[in-house]
Design a protein around this ligand. Structure first.
Ligand SMILES: *Cc1c(COP(=O)(O)O)cnc(C)c1O
Length: 427
């Protein structure tokens, strides 16, 4: 599929049925797989042969969907995980151990920030957070001798900052480590970070990829471009023998294109078991089949909403990287010329009370702790996800008390604006 355009890959990537085989991806709802001899199975356990033996590690349905996402991102290998959280944890923990250090953008998703700043710190992994807008000098100064990766989000949730992928890739590579980019909000329809120098891509497939609020899931894609063996001293897990697999050295046995995902599956999926269910993988694939049709509509609706709000007398600010004049408009034009995402954030001249009143009167847009769904959903972080913070803490976290996050679905733009208009009239 790799010569086809992204629209074709969304529809047909990952699975090509043979003569008389099912047209749709089969759901292999089986925990285990049968073999004729113990020797056959032994080869699988030694990673001497490829095949399935237990769904905690790998499942054929999941692998077909992972292959589609791999193709869409332009990678060499990919895997599904049970959630976006698991994908980001695995992607980092696959190369950073206790005593190691990671450089991350400061405007990442709150769940990922907690994972890094609290939970992975307890595992002995240190993080330095840098502004996505930092200079090259500031970025380079964040590296330490034990740095093993750099992490950022193409479009940050919910900050809506745009990552200068080339700047981050250049710094990562100058220090002999890979750049990991969470591409959840842009999706490979709007941006393929690997084309800009990113080495590992992660996703919360829960968002646009599924797109219908049906299943929580994640994915990791390897570009196959990072030369682990050239930096063997930094990545012993990939470049020295793994005793739990009879002394296999992943980077030698599976090459640059396969080592990262094979190790991630063979060690992390084996030991942590955050596998996606085959049922959910099937639903995810249905979502992927229309991703290229939905993304432009999400972006058109968001741009229309952003433009409407920008000129509204009751609105104090609008943040949308696709809107001319936005702080990230130029970067967005460079990395995502066809559109960014469907999420817009804005604030009210009347402050927190105005935001609360607005939320109360929305009819079509639903209040949810979710984004990137076919149905428009919205959240007032100060009274929901960030309600434990006082106004000063909110401002420090980049979330003003009056900020509303508005995730435009794929409904008719006129209905969305009418809903906003009548809610604003109550403010
Ligand atoms: C939602 C989200 C995650 C976490 O994904 P889950 O599927 O909810 O575990 C990670 N990164 C980004 C950018 C997200 O929006």
């Amino acid at each position: 599929m790799s010569d086809y355009k992204i629209n074709t890959k969304c529809v047909q990537g990952g699975y090509t049925p043979g003569n008389g085989e099912p047209r749709q991806i089969p759901i292999i709802q089986s925990t285990t797989f049968k073999y004729t001899t113990s020797e056959d199975m032994g080869k699988l356990f030694d990673l001497e042969a490829s095949g399935y033996f237990y769904t905690r590690l790998q499942n054929p349905t999941n692998d077909m969907v992972a292959a589609k996402i791999c193709d869409m991102e332009g990678g060499t290998a990919a895997m599904l995980t049970s959630s976006g959280q698991a994908a980001n944890f695995y992607a980092i923990f696959n190369i950073a151990n206790c005593g190691d250090h990671v450089v991350a953008s400061s405007t990442i998703y709150g769940g990922t920030y907690n994972l890094f700043h609290v939970t992975m710190r307890k595992m002995g992994i240190d993080f330095t957070f840098v502004s996505p807008d930092c200079t090259e000098e500031e970025l380079n100064a964040a590296f330490k001798p034990n740095t093993k990766a750099v992490f950022g989000e193409t479009i940050a949730n919910p900050a809506l900052t745009v990552l200068d992928i080339e700047k981050f890739a250049k710094a990562a590579h100058a220090h002999g480590v890979p750049l990991v980019v969470d591409n959840t909000f842009a999706t490979p329809v709007n941006c393929r970070p690997i084309e800009w120098g990113c080495d590992i891509v992660t996703h919360s497939t829960t968002k646009y990829m599924d797109g219908h609020g049906a299943g929580v899931g994640g994915a990791i894609v390897d570009s196959g471009k990072f030369d682990w063996l050239a930096h063997a001293d930094k990545f012993p897990g990939l470049c020295t023998p793994d005793d739990s697999y009879h002394g296999i050295t992943y980077a030698e046995k599976f090459g640059q294109g396969g080592a990262f995902i094979t190790k991630c599956t063979a060690q992390l999926m084996r030991d942590f078991g955050s596998i996606q269910s085959p049922q959910n993988a099937f639903l995810l694939n249905l979502g992927l089949e229309s991703l290229h049709v939905r993304m432009p509509r999400h972006c058109e609706n968001a741009l229309a909403v952003a433009k409407y709000l920008k000129s509204h007398p009751k609105i104090s600010f609008v943040t949308y990287p696709g809107l001319e004049g936005d702080k990230y408009y130029e970067l967005a034009q460079k990395y995502m010329p066809n559109g960014t995402c469907g999420v817009v954030s804005f604030g009210f001249k009347g402050g927190r009370t105005a935001a609360e009143t607005f939320m109360k009167h929305l009819r079509l847009a639903a209040i949810e702790t979710h984004v990137a769904d076919a149905r428009t959903c919205t959240l007032h972080p100060a009274s929901a996800t960030h309600r434990q913070m006082n106004d000063e803490e909110l401002v420090a976290a980049g979330i003003t008390p009056d900020l509303v996050r508005f995730s435009c679905g794929i409904e008719d733009e006129a209905d969305l604006i009418a809903d906003i208009e009548q809610a604003l009239a109550q403010v």
